[in-house]
Structures are given as C-alpha cells and as structure tokens.
Design a protein around this ligand. Structure first.
Ligand code: ZN
Length: 269
C-alpha cells in the first residue's frame, strides 16, 4: 500500500478500536486523548517504511515517509535499511534469496512491532513528558506526511517539521502529567502492526513469520494470492480502500465525540 493508505488505516483502526472499547468495556477517552492516539497510530502505521532509503547526499528518493523531516529522516532511513539488511544476512537460511536492499525485512516483522511499542512505553515511563513530546513530534510529522501528502509535498519538510513541533508542544502543555502514557506505546505498536497487515494484502507481502524457520527459509514473504492481492497504488487501493477507511473513521469519530458534545450542550436524546 502507499503512504496515505497506511496512515489512514492506522487512524481508522485506532478510532474503531476506541469506539469498541468505549462501547463494550466502558473505556472512555477525552477528545484530546483520542486525537493524540489517532495521530500517533497513523504515524506508527508509516513507521515501518522508514526502511526505504533514498539518496541522502542528493536529497532524493526514499519512501514518502523518509522525506518527512528532509535530509534528516532520509539519513535515518538509510541507516535503518542497512541495519535491516545486516539482520537479514545474519539470520538468513540456505533458501532465502540474496538481497541488496533491506526494505520490507526487519521493520515488517512482529518482533519489531512489539519492540517499538514496548520501547516507546519504556521511554515514556522513564523520561515522562519530555519523552512524550519527542515521540509525539516524530509521530505527528509522519502522520501529517501520510494523511495530507499533497499538502506536505507542497509545504515542504520544514513546514511539516514546524507544524509537528507546534502540535507536540500544544499536546505536551495540555496532557495531564501524572501518568506513564501507556496509550502512546500501544498506538505506535498497533500502527506498525496495521502497516504490516496493509503490506500483506499487496503482492509483495511481508516476512510476518520471522523468526520462525520454515523449509530452510526464515524470510518467507507472506501475502494474499496474486489473483486477489491489491496492486500497490492501483485503483482499488486509491479509490475503494481509502473511501471505505474514511467512512469507517468518520463514523467512529462521530460515535466517540458526539456524546461529549451532546453532554456539553445538555442535549438529551
Ligand atoms: Zn511497508
């Protein structure tokens, strides 16, 4: 899937999940907490593609997400791609093919998803609000880049960076300071997982079974059969999938926020 579909699917899963929690488990979130979780999950749903590097020295290429913070994120993508390729070769079995690029390997596995979610939670627990502002800044940037790609392309990375910083700062100033923010780690982890599922329904697939060796392969790419798999960036994805995701998120958001609004204006229904 392309960047915007990934980001949108992250936001949708978070909103729909929150609605389910609210409805079935009576777990209520403030509108701010909801907005933050949704943005972080949208950003997290782009995070695994930070392994698609471009050309740092010429400031070109790379995944959309790798250009979020200009040459800085391109550099991070370059490093991530090389580290992933290193892990690929370190764990590759006899029948795994040779590779020259680490895209869609380490960052597209379940252990990575768990590690990132846990790591985020650990950072927030250890460093409190200062870790939160850093993580929010990074995730907001990815979410802006993914959800509003046309705007981000026109505005340029500097504007995206400043907008993320402003949003992170506002959230930092408004969030209550007395907790460990476990929801942020969860949102990042869920986002990464949604990304992997999104890539799984395209033809290239993802090594979702790693590190379970099967028939002398550790890095088997799992995907839907070609006949029903989505073509990345194809019409089905851009029109049908995105429309469906948008409808679900809007309905979930209405379901979540409407009771608050009705409450505020004392409307009985
Ligand atoms: Zn991907």
């Amino acid at each position: 899937m392309m960047g915007p579909s990934h980001a949108l699917s992250g936001a949708t899963v978070w909103l729909a999940g929150s609605l389910a929690l609210d409805h079935f488990a009576d777990y209520e979130q403030s509108p701010l907490a909801l907005a933050v979780g949704t943005a972080v999950c949208a950003g997290g749903a782009l995070f695994p593609d930070l392994d698609l590097s471009g050309k740092v020295t010429r400031n070109q290429g790379g995944a959309t997400v790798a250009r979020t913070f200009g040459v800085f994120s391109l550099f991070v993508a370059e490093v991530t791609e090389k580290v992933s390729l290193g892990v690929y070769y370190a764990t590759k079995l006899k029948r795994d093919p040779r590779r020259t690029n680490g895209h869609r390997t380490l960052t597209h596995t379940i252990p990575f998803t768990v590690l990132v979610g846990w790591g985020t939670t650990a950072l927030c627990a250890a460093y409190g609000k200062w870790a939160v502002i850093g993580i929010l800044f990074f995730m907001f940037g990815l979410a802006l880049r993914g959800l509003f790609d046309d705007w981000a392309e026109r505005a340029g990375w500097l504007v995206v960076t400043l907008a993320s910083l402003a949003a992170a700062w506002f959230t930092f100033a408004t969030l209550p300071g007395d907790r460990g923010y476990p929801m942020i780690g969860l949102a990042v982890g869920v986002g990464c997982f949604v990304h992997i599922l999104g890539d799984m329904i395209t033809r290239a697939g993802v090594p979702i079974l790693w590190p379970i060796p099967i028939k002398r392969r550790m890095w088997r790419m799992i995907s839907l059969p070609d006949s029903i798999a989505l073509r990345a960036g194809g019409k089905t994805e851009v029109v049908f999938v995105r429309t469906a995701l948008t409808i679900v998120s809007v309905l979930s958001a209405i379901g979540l926020v409407a009771p608050h609004l009705l409450d505020r204006f004392n409307i009985d229904v």
